[in-house]
Write a protein that binds this ligand. Structure first.
Ligand code: NAP
Length: 287
């Protein structure tokens, strides 16, 4: 990469930000496309998020990604919030518009769907109820994505039922019924399910294990784990042993980056095996 006087700028704001793989992801696409652009880590403390976002158009940035702890706080700073980000209640992508205004978007729902359809192209939204483990930020994006894909019933299993109730209240529509279940009811919730997604942090390196009896899940139902460290979680290993189609979380991470890149640098990009390998190489010690 060479920096010139006309290099287009983007980056990722987070605190901390050093662990983020987004610079490797966007750096890969910049190299591949040969675009005169740069994607920088931007360590921004929580109390400075408003100043930092307001500085983007002044400094000539095309936009940026947001990660922990800025995704919710940015909602009250930006000039415009895309409807999907408003529904999810979080912003992960900032685009500076031609008039200098700041737009907030959320690309996690897009990333989830692209990854699912890439990995299991014959999955049908009408296959049966989708069971989502978790009710945090990622679960909200996945529920919004599945509702838009015309899944008509979604079962949320979560430890904190109040959080699941808020999700159901915010994201239910006349076309999607969202029910809430405790972990004790998880086995029953899996009956007749057409999709199972882990959107909790359970099973992630350093977090408690995810223990779930899959025996009531129909045999052909795809199992998705959005945790990507490790890539093959215990849930995916158990599902694979039972013959379910399995989908790991790395593809979601890669696909969610595409809309930002395309908005900032004006070129479509793809998720390829070469890109997966480049990102996996950065994860080697944890796999
Ligand atoms: P979050 O908002 O903090 O939500 C965490 C979820 O995990 C909540 O539902 C929480 O339940 C549950 N949980 C955590 N510890 C638990 C425990 N000990 N027992 C039972 N439930 C527990 O986090 P998030 O942003 O949604 O992210 C969740 C996971 O998805 C993380 O591992 C993250 O790395 C991953 N992720 C992956 C992608 C991707 O692109 N692949 C994108 C986003 C997130 P309570 O509500 O009861 O606390």
């Amino acid at each position: 990469m060479r920096i010139t006087g006309t290099t287009r700028l983007a980056g990722i704001m987070g605190w901390p930000v050093a662990h983020s793989r987004s610079p490797v992801l966007h750096g890969f696409w910049l190299d591949e496309t040969g675009i005169d652009g740069a994607y920088l880590p931007l360590p921004v403390q929580p109390q400075h998020i408003e100043q930092a976002l307001r500085a983007l158009p002044i400094l000539g940035f095309r936009g940026c990604n947001l990660t922990i702890p800025h995704k919710r706080a940015a909602l009250s700073v930006v000039d415009r919030v895309e409807p999907m980000a408003r529904r999810i209640g979080a912003i992960n992508t900032i685009v500076i518009r031609s008039d200098g205004s700041i737009e907030g978007r959320n690309t996690d729902a897009f990333g989830f769907c692209e990854n699912l359809f890439d990995a299991v192209p014959d999955w049908q939204p009408g296959a049966g109820p989708a069971v989502i483990l978790g009710a945090g930020g990622a679960a909200r994006a996945i529920v919004a994505a599945l509702a838009d894909a015309r899944v008509s019933e979604i079962r949320i299993v979560n430890r904190t039922l109040a959080r699941a109730e808020t999700l159901a209240h915010d994201l239910s529509t006349s076309e999607v019924r969202i029910s809430i279940h405790s972990w004790d009811e998880a086995g029953a919730a899996l009956r007749h399910a057409g999709l199972l997604v882990n959107a909790t942090s359970l099973g992630m390196a350093g977090e408690p294990a995810l223990r779930l009896d899959l025996s009531s899940l129909p045999p052909a139902t795809p199992v998705v784990d959005i945790v990507y460290v490790p890539l093959e979680t215990d849930l995916l290993a158990a599902a694979r042993r039972r013959g379910h189609p399995v989908v790991d979380g790395l593809g979601m991470l890669l696909h969610q980056g595409r809309p930002g890149f395309e908005a900032w640098f004006g070129v479509p990009v793809r998720v390829t095996d070469k890109l997966r390998d480049a990102i996996l190489a950065t994860m080697a010690p944890e796999r």
